[in-house]
Design a protein around this ligand. Structure first.
Ligand code: ARG
Length: 296
């Protein structure tokens, strides 16, 4: 959608893990831009289709560690449990007091050398403390999230070309953080916590406690990003923008493929125009593909 404002950082000259790391730091600095987030891609050295090439092991440049205690309880992001375990085995030392939002180190592997760990400088990781416009207790949940979502484990492939490391970012839509990262049972699982604080009866399904908690979580995330002056889009706006994008492209004779389940927001789906249509499932090149996890 933001293809015509996408910024490209050419890092094809980077050879060592240190150089790759430096470019990732540069990427974050450039993309964050003090909160006026710029959609950015950094392209590292090209590799043959059957070769491994440079790999950034992290799923995203910025992610929070997940720790499982002996009794099974999880602190932090459950999605990062395995990766956190892996980097710990490789020598990463979590903060002396572990928290729910500890930033993971980057793991960078260049061909011919073992992967190397790097701690991100604090100043390139912009974060937002989550508060609610009406509920002052929300701040007591001590929630925060990072400003820039930068996917770093996918490959950019064309017909004959492959870039095994090409981290890219856009900016967040509120639901990604509020509904999914905070709300999913397999993530921070906060709906029961929020509903309880709101004083809703969580035993009655028809009280729609999950739905009401979701709305307030989403309100809080949108409010907090706006207050902090960090680019974010709400799902209604994003949905309308996407429909406009489809129309623009159509007028140029191009079709916009898409995945309904990705395009439709997880909150108030049917009140968004993207819900009420279908999308072509073609996958024109170049595109991003999932790669096998780097540490397996
Ligand atoms: N949903 C992912 C997350 O919560 C980010 C995926 C990319 N999102 C984006 N707006 N470009 O971290």
């Amino acid at each position: 959608m933001a293809w015509n404002s996408l910024q490209l950082l050419d890092a094809r000259e980077a050879r060592t893990a240190d150089e790759v790391f430096e470019c990732c730091v540069q990427h974050l600095r450039f993309a964050t831009n003090g909160g006026r987030i710029r959609s950015t891609i950094t392209v590292f050295q090209e590799t043959a289709h059957d070769e491994r090439g440079i790999r950034i092991w992290n799923h995203q440049l910025i992610r929070y560690a997940g720790y499982q205690a002996r009794d099974g309880t999880i602190l932090g992001d459950p999605q990062e449990l395995e990766f956190t375990k892996k980097v710990t085995q490789m020598g990463w030392r979590p903060p002396s007091v572990k928290g729910a939002f500890d930033i993971l180190p980057l793991v960078i592997e260049v061909p011919g050398t073992p992967p190397k760990l790097f701690e991100l400088p604090r100043e390139v990781v912009m974060e937002v403390t989550i508060t609610h416009p009406d509920f002052s207790w929300f701040a007591d949940l001590h929630l925060r999230w990072h400003a820039v979502p930068a996917i770093s484990d996918m490959a950019l492939v064309g017909e004959r070309r492959k870039f095994s490391a090409a981290p890219f970012n856009g900016y967040y839509m509120g639901t990604e953080i509020a509904s999914r990262n905070f709300g999913d049972i397999a993530r921070y699982n906060l709906l029961p916590v929020v509903a309880e604080k709101m004083g809703i009866d969580t035993r009655s399904r028809t009280a729609l406690w999950k739905d009401r908690a979701l709305v307030e979580l989403n309100t809080a995330v949108l409010h907090s990003f706006a207050e902090a002056g960090i680019t974010m889009v709400d799902h209604h706006t994003a949905s309308a923008q996407f429909i406009r994008h489809i129309e623009n492209e159509k007028s140029q004779g191009r079709e916009v493929p898409g995945d309904w389940s990705w395009l439709v927001p997880p909150l108030s789906s049917s009140s968004c125009p993207v819900f009420h249509r279908s999308y072509s499932t073609s996958t024109p090149l170049p595109h991003f593909i999932k790669q096998q996890r780097a540490w397996i």
